[in-house]
Structures are given as C-alpha cells and as structure tokens.
Design a protein around this ligand. Structure first.
Ligand code: CA
Length: 497
C-alpha cells in the first residue's frame, strides 16, 4: 500500500482565473504517478470577497460556485461542476480529496441587525466590559442568491459570539455579542493566547447554539453527498472549542466512513499545547507540525551555523509521530503572508528529504515548491514586492523516492553539526536508500548496510552527485554529499525494472 503523501493544491496568490479545479483534473494523473495519495483542496464555497476570495472568509457554505452571490457564480477556483469533476478525477486516479473546512467565522453578512455588545480588551479577551452597548452589526445571513436551496437556515445574532465592527456608535475592535449563549463569556476549550482566542475575525460562530451545531453537521453530510470526500483540513482549530471538532469529526466518521483523514490547523509551535489539544479531541485527528516548520525556517536562514543534529528538536513528529503532518511551507507561511516564515529555497531539498523519506510523519508538499509561483503584493509597510518561488527541481524525484525507496527500518546518523544522514534498510521485497545531506561543506557518512549489501553498487537518485559508491565485502560504504545539498543513494540494481 502506498505511503500517504499529501499535496496542498493551491497557494495564496494563485491567479483569480477560475481555472484551479480544471487544473486539478489536468494534473491528477501526473500527481498519482509521482506518488501523491491525498490532495488538500482550498475552501470550495463562496467567500465574502467572491471570485477574489482565497476561501477563508466564509460567506455561504452551500454555495460551491453555483449561485450568483458576492458578484459571481463561480469562486476563484471555478464553478461547482468543475469542482465536482476535479474531485471525481482525483478519486478516479486513486487520489483522496481532502477538503478545507472554515467553520470558525462568517463574513459578508446580507443585513445589519440591532444588537447589544460589550467591548472587549483586544489584548486580553477575558476582560469584557460591563456596559451593554446598543448598536448595529452585520450578523444576518439570508443568502438571497440561493433562495433556501439545500438549506433554509438563516444565520442571525444568536449564531455568533463576537464581531469586530459595529455601527451607531461606529467602532472597530473586539465585541462580545450578547445573546442567549454563554452568559456573556466566550467559548471555552480554545487557545489561551490573548486570554481566550475564541475570536479571530468576522462574525465568530457561536457553537453553543444547538441549531448552529446541527446546521454544521447537516452541512458536512450534505457536502459529502455533492463530491467525493476522503478527509478534511480543519481551519483555525485554536479558535474553535475542542469539544465541537471532537463531536463533528466523530459524526462525519459515522456518516461517511471511519477512514476519513482529518488534519486540524492548530498553529502553535509548542508540542505540549498540541498534545493537550489532541487529548481534548480524543486523538481523533492529525495536526500540522508547526515546530518543525520553524526549525526548517531557522535552519534555512542560519546556513552552516545551524546544528543539523538538532533539526527535529521540539517537533511534533519526534514526540507524537502518528499525529504529525509535516510540512515545509504553506499558504500562510509563504512570502508576504500573515505567518510569513518561509523556508529559503536552497534548504528546501534538505527539508523535503527529511519529511518525505523518513519513517515517521505524514508529509505535505506545497504547490509552489512543485510547480513554482510568481506574484506581487504589498508588505506590511505598504511597499510593493515581487516574489518568485522557484520550483524545487528534485522534489518530484523525492516524492517518487518516498514510495519506491522509503522502506524498512530507519537508522539515523545525526552525529556532525553539518553533515547528517539516515538509512532506510528496505524490506525483503522493497529496496531502501541512504540519505545524506549537508548545510555546510561537502562530506560523507559511513554506513554499515550488512552482508546482503556486500560489494553492491549505489548511485545517486536526484542527480546531485556523479560518483558511484561500492560497498565492501561486509556491506559498508562511504556515501558523500556536496555542500548545501542532499543525496539519495540507492542500489543500481534496484533501479532496473
Ligand atoms: Ca471562534
């Protein structure tokens, strides 16, 4: 059975040409060929900014590019039929579609309502003022373009716990929306940054409202009847009470199938925080390895000064390997984005070798790293920037190598501050490999492969080294790498059909 490899089939700055779903269909067979097993697709429903929306400003969960709302029928990625076609094409090629689910907030309300709010200290959300403020807020969602098709549910002020904008008085900030739920307090079981991180943006969904909860369960079932669903990527989990996803994921598994793959975005580098969250959700899902991503970022900036023996220190994959989705970059960390901490291009081959070829962790490959990307945007200071994210030339080969050579027990050699490596010993039927890399000068590792590899010839798979390595009678060989590079050594006879 193939080892799971996720591919994030989008980035923040894709052109808004409505073509992504078609591109998914076009590239499905190539992705299957290089070993992609699961594809994480961007949010498919209509966002408040319509065809310009990346998808994280949820407006209408039931509009998958089908209704004339927010200025267009199609979303940034295409219309509903091209979305259905993309999912079916992936499934036809044996690739599991993983869908992005943004349930924390809604934006782009259709109407204002009279509300009562209390002002909140934005830096400490547990400090909620005592004065009831009468105001108007954008909290009523009627979806006039859809006219009740699929769901007649109207969202109103009882469905939200907070907003960041009120009128009469006109103010921006963080406001607790006083309604029937929570006695004026935020949802609990959320991240404790800023005291209580329930509120992120827009109209914050009130999960304690039973009607909202039932509507989100109904939506999940409805969605799974529209397109093939093999799993979910859950957005903004640190802002949503943990009990909700524990229930919701359990319900979706009961409804669609127990083998659903679910990864939550709980963007926090501290493994103890992530472990606590996993406990709260009964270990029903995976989490992104934020700490490892930061290690990659730091290493790529530090060059030879970074001690490669510590690359996995503090990572989720080293402490909770079965729940770690490992990544190098994503749509939030790419240059000019909110969590920008991009990994420098020279280090990406090393980082991808460290997530794709090792025994533990479920790796996720980012679209621009495979296909490249060019875009421009404004930085925080308002200045214009043009960004080029080059395709990582050896990435497809590393992905193929994961399926073909990432086999058997793993033996680590993290003994030198710059030159490190590991060996996959292979199984009786599947070949292994020797991986060696350096973030400084060239070097080598000496590996004892055992008598089954005596006098065997190895060549380098990525085209990064021209040498041939021949092991001695006991199966020992010296495997080199160039400086700031990675080599994957495989037996030459394993390459022939
Ligand atoms: Ca929230």
């Amino acid at each position: 059975m193939s080892k799971r490899t996720l591919f994030q089939f989008f980035h923040w700055y894709l052109p808004g040409d409505g073509r992504l779903w078609r591109e998914v269909s076009e590239k499905a067979s190539d992705l299957a060929r290089i070993g992609v097993t699961d594809t994480w697709l961007p949010p498919a429903y209509k966002g408040a900014s319509g065809a310009a929306s990346v998808g994280y400003d949820t407006y209408d969960l039931f509009d998958l590019g089908e209704f004339d709302q927010k200025g267009s029928v199609a979303t940034k990625y295409g219309d509903k039929s091209s979305f259905e076609n993309a999912c079916r094409t992936l499934a036809d090629h044996g690739i599991r579609p993983i869908h992005d689910v943004v349930l924390n907030h809604k934006m782009g309300a259709d109407e204002k309502e009279s509300v009562i709010v209390r002002r909140v200290n934005a830096d400490d959300r547990t400090q909620i003022g005592e004065e009831d403020v009468k105001a108007l807020a954008y909290t009523r969602f009627t979806f006039p373009g859809r006219q009740g098709k699929y769901s007649e549910f109207v969202w109103d002020k009882q469905c939200f716990s907070g907003v960041d904008l009120i009128e009469r008085p006109d103010e921006t900030g963080v406001f607790r929306l006083m309604n029937e739920y929570g006695e004026g307090q935020w949802n609990d079981e959320v991240d404790d940054e800023l005291g209580n991180f329930d509120y992120l943006m827009g109209a914050d969904v009130e999960f304690r409202n039973k009607a909202v909860y039932e509507e989100l369960k109904y939506w999940g079932r409805w969605f799974s009847e529209q397109v093939p669903v093999a799993g979910f990527r859950l957005d903004a989990a640190k802002h949503i009470p943990a009990w909700f996803f524990k229930d919701w994921v359990g319900y979706m598994r009961d409804t669609i199938g127990t083998d659903l793959f679910v990864v939550a975005e709980y963007w926090h580098p501290d493994v103890a925080t992530l472990a606590k969250y996993l406990d709260l959700v009964d270990n029903q899902l995976m989490l992104f390895d934020v700490a490892l991503h930061h290690r990659f970022h730091d290493a790529s900036r530090a060059g030879a000064d970074f001690d490669m023996r510590t690359i996995f220190d503090g990572s989720l994959v080293s402490s909770v390997p079965n729940h770690a989705v490992t990544l190098v970059d994503n749509h939030d960390t790419q240059p000019l984005q909110s969590l920008e901490a991009t990994v420098e291009p020279w280090f990406k081959p090393l980082a991808y070798a460290l997530i794709l070829l090792r025994e533990h962790g479920t790796p996720c490959v980012f679209y621009p790293d495979l296909y490249g990307a060019e875009y421009s945007d404004k930085a925080c200071d308002g200045s214009d920037w043009k960004v080029e994210m080059p395709a990582i030339g050896c990435l497809a080969k590393l992905m193929e190598a994961r399926q073909r050579f990432g086999n058997g027990p793993q033996v680590d050699q993290f003994n030198h501050p710059n030159v490190v490596g590991f060996t996959r010993l292979g199984t009786e039927t599947e070949p292994g490999c020797v991986v060696v890399m350096s973030n400084g000068d060239g070097g080598q590792i000496s590996v004892e492969l055992g008598p089954s590899h005596s006098n065997a010839m190895f060549i380098e798979l990525l085209g990064h080294h021209e040498a041939e390595v021949t092991t001695n009678i006991e199966g020992r060989g010296d495997f080199p790498t160039n400086g700031q590079s990675v080599c994957v050594w495989v037996r030459r006879d394993a390459l022939s059909p």
